[in-house]
Design a binder for this molecule. Structure first.
Ligand code: HEM
Length: 118
């Protein structure tokens, strides 16, 4: 193969690699951006969400995760009620913990009732 042909191929490979790195880089950076930010629903912040942590029997239990607020009250007796294993995730933004484990379950299992903006 002629060296100019080789150079053209190398250039194409390098260009494709750069485009792929930029594409996936943007995708990864965009991930934490809220999936709920564009929805026209009630907005919570760290003050307004904190009472929804199971301590008040009359109130539902909420968890903020990646910008969305989920009503996890149906899981109260098993997971989120006071003294249950995952109560520590309620009434606040638990994205950090849920991005390690459990976030997928929350997303599939519970209803979004608001968006979170600290
Ligand atoms: C950063 C650590 C962890 C977090 C934040 C986390 C969070 C969660 C969440 C949010 C759920 C969904 C509960 C629901 O259905 O509403 C879940 C389910 C579950 N987790 Fe974890 N988890 C963690 C670590 C662990 C570990 C280390 C174990 C086991 C040794 C474990 C065992 C389970 C089991 C068995 C379920 C399913 C329970 C069921 O559906 O009956 N988790 N977790």
């Amino acid at each position: 193969m002629q060296s100019t042909q080789k150079k053209t191929i190398y250039k194409k490979i390098i260009l494709t690699t750069i485009v792929l790195i930029i594409y996936f880089g943007i995708k990864i950076l965009q991930k934490p951006i809220s999936e709920c930010s564009n929805l026209d629903i009630q907005v919570f912040n760290q003050d307004t969400i904190k009472d929804f942590n199971g301590t008040n029997e009359d109130k539902p239990i909420y968890i903020a995760y990646n910008g969305c607020v989920y009503d996890v009250t149906p899981g109260k007796d098993k997971f989120y009620g006071v003294e249950m294993e995952y109560n520590y995730l309620t009434g606040k933004d638990s994205s950090e913990e849920l991005n390690i484990a459990g976030g997928g379950i929350i997303k599939n299992k519970y209803k979004v009732i608001g968006k979170y903006n600290p």
